[in-house]
Design a protein around this ligand. Structure first.
Ligand code: COA
Length: 258
């Protein structure tokens, strides 16, 4: 196996476990990530997923360039299709996925992190899309997802110049949500940061996640209609009535996901 999975309460941690290869994405790793997504998607008790890499050098160094050397053009095309099919769960899952960047996130490694909903970076992490310096372009979604996250001009700068950012520069442009204090574990820090999600109302969180995700691709009118439908799913929930009761009784609500 090139990935590991672990549960901590309502959170699942998925770790790419190829530290000697700086957690580069081999074909096998991409397929294993796809299988992990199916397993997690079928488990209602999972409220958040943290995706990280083993060791402290790299979250993921991108495509496995050693494997790539022996690939035909068609093999590479197939790999790109595999990225799209096997990693789609990262942005279509019923739970938010947080990338915990324990080190370098370069090329396909940053693209993997861009597919996640949120990003937390270790203080020593470096981020960049060096593809054009390798005679290619980011093609695991980077050219489309990066501008949606940091805006057009910054994205173009990162793609055309292949600029490498440190964690604080990435925080400054909104590429990561949070930088973990030096010396602390980025996974523990990410878990502590997202812990309110595990205590929140499950239906509201699923609907909020789906509605905000939709803003990345839907025109405003369609997004607003989707938002109304998502609200409606919360309106009729027992959890909403419980929150109102708890408010009047001056206590914390107990959410049951119904
Ligand atoms: N694919 C396959 N193997 C990789 C790899 C990749 N993308 N990136 C690193 N490795 C391997 C190295 O070949 C080396 O293997 P070896 O011990 O058999 O020689 C090992 O990982 C350690 O690499 P090294 O560069 O010494 O590690 P580092 O900790 O000093 O630096 C990185 C880590 C991630 C900053 C650096 O490896 C790097 O820049 N990698 C290339 C990233 C890249 O350009 N990806 C874009 C692909 S489109």
């Amino acid at each position: 196996m090139t990935i590991r999975m672990e549960r901590r309460g309502a959170a699942a941690i998925v770790t790419i476990d190829r530290p000697d290869q700086r957690n580069a994405l081999s074909r096998e790793t991409v397929l294993e990530l796809g299988r992990a997504g199916k397993e997690l998607g079928a488990d209602d008790s999972v409220r958040v997923v943290v995706l990280t890499g083993a060791g402290d050098k790299a979250f993921c160094a991108g495509a496995d360039l050693k494997e790539r050397v022996a690939m035909s053009d068609d093999d590479v095309r197939e790999m790109l299709s595999l990225y799209a099919s096997e990693l789609a769960w990262l942005e279509g899952s019923p739970f938010p996925v947080v990338a915990a960047l324990n080190g370098a996130a370069l090329g396909g490694g940053l693209e993997l992190a861009l597919t996640c909903d949120l990003r937390v970076a270790a203080a020593h992490a470096v981020l960049g899309l060096p593809e054009t310096s390798l005679g290619i372009i980011p093609a695991a979604g980077g050219t489309q997802r990066l501008p949606r996250i940091v805006g057009y001009a910054k994205a173009l700068e990162l793609v055309l110049l292949g600029t490498r950012l440190d964690a604080n520069q990435a925080l400054g442009i909104g590429l990561v949500n949070r930088v973990t204090p030096a010396g602390a574990s980025v996974v523990d820090d990410a878990l502590a940061w997202i812990s309110p999600i595990a205590l929140g109302a499950p239906i509201a969180q699923r609907q909020a996640l789906a509605a905000v995700r939709a803003a990345r691709e839907k025109p405003l009118r369609e997004g607003l209609e989707l938002e109304r439908r998502a609200y409606d799913a919360c309106l009729t929930s027992e959890d909403r009535r419980e929150a109102l009761r708890a408010f009047t009784e001056k206590r914390k609500p107990i959410f049951r996901g119904r």
